[in-house]
Design a protein around this ligand. Structure first.
Ligand code: FAD
Ligand code: FES
Ligand code: MG
Length: 293
């Protein structure tokens, strides 16, 4: 059982949770993730990156976006309650060394998994430029945290409501066009964003890593759910990744597999939201009756 120590809402649908997990807090390294089961009897297992850890307190921090049933169930848990099962640390840590100039590109919730990597790259003596991209101002997360570690921080929004009105690939291309091109780019975000980051850096020959967010079930290399084609070879993201050379990823194959359960996920999500609306309506009606007496 992993007790929740702190919970904050970072934006409309993004939550930060700090929970007790002493072993994981001690062992984890940048780039690794946990598999979480919000409801151990019936719940599915979902991967979430360890956004931060405090080995002294024995806690880890997860930052997640409510996109479907399991993440909504997690968001309902409050401080003092526990998450049934948290397994990890899983996946290979990011290879960190003194590359020179590292550019970290995060899109949407991808900024959360990017944070420990940017931090580790900075601690290894790299010059770190961080590009944060979001659809609009309300979806920008971890700006202050990133500003504290980055040598340069560029914020872009699709609608121009904050920072520069651009996609992350625009400042990324500009950084590649200067004489002193980046030594490494790490891109984490929606698959389509990572695909276009790879296409942006490819002509400049800039080494680019992407952290792949495939469907995962066991997280230990046994189910094959997370398989992806890397340079013509089948790899399992959970044990061979999650980071790969972005120029070798079969992005279209990965996008297709990610859509495999879309109809089921959408119908479960609809049922869940409707069920909750009924519950909320009943509570409101009950309160009204109580108030009238
Ligand atoms: P659903 O409605 O079930 O699914 C919504 C979408 O999430 C799906 O279309 C699918 O693309 C994806 N998804 C669904 N089930 C899984 C699954 N079992 N494994 C992977 N993806 C799935 N999200 C965060 O918000 N924060 C993180 O730090 C984070 N880190 C991740 C690290 C890794 C290594 C991977 C692979 C994914 C990570 N994700 C993270 C994505 C997160 O796992 C999904 O958003 C979550 O599983 C959605 O579950 P759901 O039931 O709420 O939504
Ligand atoms: Fe099962 Fe990777 S999640 S093999
Ligand atoms: Mg789900």
């Amino acid at each position: 059982m992993n007790r929740i120590i702190a919970k904050t809402r970072l934006s409309d649908d993004v939550y930060r949770m700090e929970l007790e997990a002493p072993h994981i807090a001690h062992e984890r390294r940048a780039g690794q993730f946990v598999i979480v089961q919000a409801d151990v009897e019936w719940g599915e297992r979902i991967p979430l990156t360890i956004a931060d850890a405090d080995p002294q307190r024995g806690t880890i921090t997860l930052i997640f976006q409510t996109v479907g049933v399991t993440t909504r169930k997690l968001a309902e848990l409050e401080v003092g309650q526990s998450i049934d099962a948290v397994l990890g640390p899983l996946g290979n840590p990011t290879h960190i060394e003194r590359f020179g100039h590292a550019v970290c590109v995060g899109g949407g919730i991808g900024v959360a998994p990017l944070y420990p990597i940017a931090q580790a790259l900075k601690n290894a003596g790299n010059k770190v430029t961080v590009i944060i991209g979001a659809r609009n101002k309300s979806l920008v997360i971890l700006e202050e945290e990133m500003r504290a570690i980055a040598d340069e921080l560029i914020v872009v929004t699709d609608d121009g409501s904050y920072g520069r009105k651009a996609l992350v690939t625009e400042p990324l291309k500009e950084l590649c066009q200067v004489q002193d091109t980046p030594d490494i780019v790490v891109a984490i975000g929606p698959p389509i964003m990572m695909k276009f980051c790879a296409e942006t850096t490819r002509p400049f020959g800039v080494k680019t890593l992407a952290s792949l967010n495939t469907i995962m079930v066991d997280g230990t290399g046994m189910c094959g759910g997370c398989r992806v084609n890397i340079g013509g070879e089948t790899k399992f993201v959970c044990v061979d990744g999650p980071e790969f050379d972005a120029h070798l990823v079969d992005w279209d194959g990965m996008l297709l597999r990610l859509r495999a359960y879309k109809p089921q996920e959408e119908s479960h999500n609809r049922e869940y939201v409707e069920h909750h609306q009924c519950r909320l309506d009943a509570i409101v009606a009950n309160n009204r009756e109580g108030g009238a007496r």
